[in-house]
Design a protein around this ligand. Sequence first.
Ligand code: CFM
Length: 534
Amino acid sequence: MSMSEEMMGDMLEKYPEKVLKNRKKHITIVDTNQACQQIEANTRTIPGIITQRGCAYAGCKGVVVGPIKDMVHIVHGPIGCAFYAWGTRRNKARADDNTPPEKMFSTLCVSTDMQESDIVFGGEKKLAKMIDEVVEMFHPRAVSICATCPVGLIGDDLGAVAKAAQERHGIQVLSFNCEGYKGVSQSAGHHIANNNLMENVIGTGPERDPNDKYVINILGEYNIGGDGWEMERILGDIGYKVNCVLTGDTSYLEIKNLHQAHLNLVQCHRSINYIAEMMETKYGTPWLKVNFIGVEATKKSLREMALCFGDEELIRKTEEVIAREEARIMPVIEHYRKICQGKTAFAFVGGSRSHHYMHLLRDLGMEVVVAGYEFAHRDDYEGRQVIPTLKIDADSKNIPELHLSPDPEKFKDAHVHLNMSKEKFDELNKKVPLNYYEGMQPDMKDGEIMIDDCNHHELEKMVRALKPDLVFAGVRDKYYVQKLGVPAKQMHSYDYSGPYAGYNGALNFARDVANAITTPAWKLVTAPWEKQTQ
Ligand code: CFM
């Protein structure tokens, strides 16, 4: 029996039979001889287990809609729900040419503060009055209403209230029926937000100058700790025009214009894949899964993007920026790498970061030996296959197509058109291999553990057995792990550090990780199991 199997046995032993059967399906010991190992994900957490997950309202209001800076977002529900949507996620935003300071509302927390009488007699009138007040006070470009659990239970008609308010005020009022209980996690809220933005906002903006070249959107980037700004810096230096970042430091005006880009980049696939796919169907906008977390990952993403446009000048500029940035940061990274080399980590974050950060940790010589998500779906774990294929278009010109073709039985196809000759494509494809599996498991090694919706009991067992040097998790696990004598980093907010994306991000991350590992504080903590054996 391998160490991982033994530990798993010990971890699951405490569970009643039914729970054991269920949890087993959510844990996989990686075996690289198997092409695709299945894992159960995106199913309901077993009652009795305290999950690290959020709810649909968190996914819709907190994640996708909330960061849109020039809208006022109204939380229709009791005040407690509003409090937890305020200031808890570090989606940074600032005024710019499109959005002057007086149109910035992202620091506000607006709620109908439903009371018992509203629950009994209905909250529609209160909501309508609140919209009137908000429009009168702030003059936002648009308003959103996000429903919390009781609103769905009492049946307030958000759509009707929004429609009437829209007619009264002449601005768009978007209603999101994202009651917390919908679905099994925040993932359902992402989907609700994506659908509404796609249906009612995207594509309603004015035309962009058709002469603009290399226009891109970055989807699924929320500018936590300034990540999006660092990505924009690099892409701007290469010569790309970033049309919109969805929804990091973005405005309603920019989202209206989202359809004007030549290529959609997808950073967090979990939260925004719906829009990427719908835009491909509706506007023919190709999309490319990228990862700007890690030096190697960033380089790979930049090269693939350049391939999508196939322009000599862009390819040359890409290599120039990569060389310039690497020359600047690698000596410093090397210094930190000496400290981090050979250390191990666990990573349990949301629905995409646990995988993204594996790349950056490998740049530092570290290995993520246990990884999991809180609410990801099976394709985030098992992977999506990327296969470049060539397609002859109607004019019989050779237009190669980069085909993002996941397992055809399980996932929907998506593809990226490349504007270059077949010969050119073949030549470039030799330099940047485009055929690979993208996802958590394809990047893990034999015997490492993939675990879905991990809880405290399981986490403690694994920390005791595998003694990682560092754990990446959320605020709910961070202090618990530290009490076990192991440093932990909060990877939703970066513990108020960042950015961690791109080249400057890699530097910040390397410094923070090296500090966490080497701080003498951890030597002063005695882990409970060490006390027991004294
Ligand atoms: Fe995407 Fe996110 Fe994540 Fe996510 Fe989130 Fe977040 Fe996250 Mo916290 S959108 S799935 S719902 S990358 S808020 S910016 S850190 S759990 S891993």
